[in-house]
Write a protein that binds this ligand. Sequence first.
Ligand code: NAD
Ligand code: SER
Length: 321
Amino acid sequence: MQIRKEKILVTGACGQLGTELVEELRKIYGEVQVLATDLIDPRSESLKSGPFEKINVLDKNGLGQLVNRFQPTQIYHLAAILSAAAEKNPTLAWDVNIAGFMNVLDISKTASEKVFKVYSPSSIAAFGPHTPKNPTPQHTITDPTTVYGITKLVGERLADYYFINYGLDVRSIRYPGLISYKTPPGGGTTDYAVDIFYKVVQDKSFTSFLGPDTALPMMYMPDALRGTLELMEAEASRITIRSAYNLNGMSFTPQQLADEIRSQFGDFELKYAPDFRQQIADSWPNDLDDSVARKDWGWKHQFGLKEMVADMLKNVGILVG
Ligand code: NAD
Ligand code: SER
């Protein structure tokens, strides 16, 4: 059997997820095999360890030419406008999240050399106020009330459509809020759970834009990276969900997160000033049922609240000196 040498193109590579995913992909497949792309210049030194190209995913011709030149076997499509940013510019969010994804799907299906796999994440935002919240099943009511959630739900349906109609091997995960320290989050409703660490370590004070009892599903970045790579490496025959898999990590409220940080770091001032993001968070699940991902391709999270807080405090402490 001939072993295929993978070449991977990543869109939105400068973001919170992309920066770290490119690092992991380059460790596995080699630096020159992974082409990082984004609308903006790379912010992280690690992205400069291999090829980088500036590209707007809305430029279908430019993206198509790049794909035909680089000939990727896999595309990780991460370019997106996240929930809070999308509420401020719904038209841009619709264009980037839907038209951008359609461009990637169409180019993948017609590329001069075969694109074997496409990855494009969904989100807990695909759910809405009538979705059962605790836990949210894999198959359930999806009635998102944010433009970001609407685009993520359309993206899920498109992924399924391209798999059924064109046999394109599209895979996806409904990520919970991602918590990490290497790259700042890009304008989401779960960003408070990253910001709190910097504010506590630097100022010993934090004001949460979500109220104390708002429970949301969250995941520490190492789990998200491992889950993504495990899904992409799984045998195609094991993938029963082409829209997007529920993936659970942990679930906590701002109060529970603050209590855990206090127990490990010491006291700090905590205030609450809920804003427009409260309404978004209130429409999302508290916790996810990820039994289908566990059964299909063996997903299992490793980081709970305690372990995540310990690792974040250690690394944010090093970063801010
Ligand atoms: P991010 O906002 O940090 O990064 C997105 C990147 O896309 C940015 O670097 C931005 O410059 C780029 N981008 C925006 N418009 C573009 C365009 N027109 N052309 C090319 N690039 C463009 O987002 P992220 O957190 O890294 O998210 C990556 C993916 O994961 C997205 O699909 C997002 O919806 C999904 N997701 C993220 C989270 C999370 O908590 N971070 C949770 C659920 C789902
Ligand atoms: N963390 C993301 C957001 O808040 C969820 O997709 O937008």
